[in-house]
Design a binder for this molecule. Structure first.
Ligand code: GLU
Length: 385
């Protein structure tokens, strides 16, 4: 991997974790930020467009307010974020300006990427910023996000931004240098993986249990981010951000894990569907329906075994195999109550039950994206459909 070059990537999203930017006792790590800003300047000189997703608002606000390590109530962390974000944005603006770069702050809430119209609006603003040669510095709007309506971790937010903006590379700078066959803190024999061709269930199992309480993200959300990114054709790198000039370190041949983009990425409208972070409901289907979906067909009510969640018509729902594995996502044509009534029915029976003429498909193929892995031979078939 020593000959790896970032030069072929034209639009790069870089995500920075809180621990890299903020020292609990001393606050912002300015030297480190300056070295990263210089790296970004170099990428820009080579013609790349760079977008930054920066964590650190809550951590920095905590330090500035002297809140120590104690657990914060929701309104306290929102207040800490308000204090931290203004300092964070100022620091980014200064550091990038020191390298001849303009910047602009974007704060997103979950609805800004999950609702189609707001997604298009956010995309237009960020595109304009990029066109004006200002580096977008993006974070979650933590001052108004409550636990029900938040991304919660910036790994998935960064993947959502990268795919929304059609980035060809997402770099997650972390306190770990990549993916290991098991969490290395717990397993001394864990092996480092330099390249991941596809995020299969075996790869997901390597992430171990949920993240530690210190990091919101952990490896699990990084792999979730990887699925969103690679499925939309964006390559992803997990690299250590703990050293100075962490981006140039990648070029110099320090190790990292590269997740290759899918050879058959979903495009446009379907990228938005596939990257939805919280599906509003779940439809468990039979094996016949799984096969039909994999060969590019719509989901018919006849194949639906179980409906769960309280969704409205047009919401995104996940489609699960009989074993409970997610195989696809799509925009559902019925609300939850009607979906329950028509589940298992043949098309001809639907109108009698509902009392009105409805679309026969539960999810039309145009509104449906395969997100899971079928058994190998079926996956190949599905991807060419
Ligand atoms: N948005 C949070 C912050 O800036 C960080 C979320 C995360 O660590 O992933 O403090």
């Amino acid at each position: 991997m020593t000959s790896f070059s970032l030069r072929k990537y034209r639009r790069i999203t870089i995500k920075i974790g809180s621990a890299l930017l903020v020292d609990r006792a001393r606050g912002l790590k300015r030297d480190w930020l300056d070295s990263l800003a210089a790296d970004i300047g170099e990428l820009a000189d080579n013609g790349a467009e760079v977008l930054v997703v920066s964590s650190g608002a809550i951590a920095l606000g905590r330090t500035i307010l002297g809140l120590g390590r104690r657990a914060l109530k929701l309104e306290e962390s929102q207040a800490a974020a308000a204090v931290g974000q203004i300092a964070l944005a100022g620091a980014w603006s200064d550091a990038l300006a020191g390298n001849g770069l303009k910047s602009g702050q974007i704060l997103l809430t979950l609805g800004d990427t999950e609702e189609r119209r707001r997604y298009l609006n956010a995309r237009a603003t960020i595109s304009t910023l990029v066109k004006m040669k200002a580096v977008p510095v993006i974070n979650e709007n933590d001052t108004v996000a409550t636990s029900e309506i938040r991304y919660g971790d910036n790994d998935r937010l960064a993947a959502r931004v990268a795919t929304m903006m059609g980035a060809d590379l997402l770099i997650l700078l972390s306190d770990i240098d990549g993916l290991y066959s098991a969490p290395p803190a717990r397993d001394p024999n864990a092996e480092f993986l330099p390249v991941v061709e596809r995020i299969t269930p075996e790869i997901e199992a390597m992430a171990g249990a949920a993240a530690s309480e210190l990091s919101r993200g952990g490896m699990r959300t990084k792999l979730d981010a990887g699925k969103i990114a690679t499925g939309a054709g964006t390559a992803m790198i997990i690299a250590a951000g703990t050293r100075l000039s962490p981006i140039l370190a990648i070029e110099r041949g320090e190790r990292f894990t590269l997740f290759r983009p899918s050879a058959h990425p979903v495009k446009g409208y379907k990228t938005w569907i596939a990257g939805q972070l919280e599906p509003a409901g779940r439809l468990t289907v039979d094996d016949g329906a799984v096969r039909a979906l994999m060969s590019g067909k719509s989901l018919l009510p006849a194949g639906v075994k179980l409906v769960s969640g309280n969704f409205a018509r047009g919401d995104t729902v996940a489609i699960l195999s009989p074993e409970g594995r997610e195989v696809a996502r799509g925009l559902v044509a019925y609300d939850a109550a009607d979906a329950v009534r028509v589940a298992g029915l043949k098309t001809a029976e639907i109108e009698t039950v509902l009392g009105y003429e409805a679309r026969s498909a539960m999810i039309h193929r145009d509104d449906l994206v395969i997100t899971g892995h079928a058994p190998e031979k079926e996956a190949d078939h599905a991807e060419s459909a």
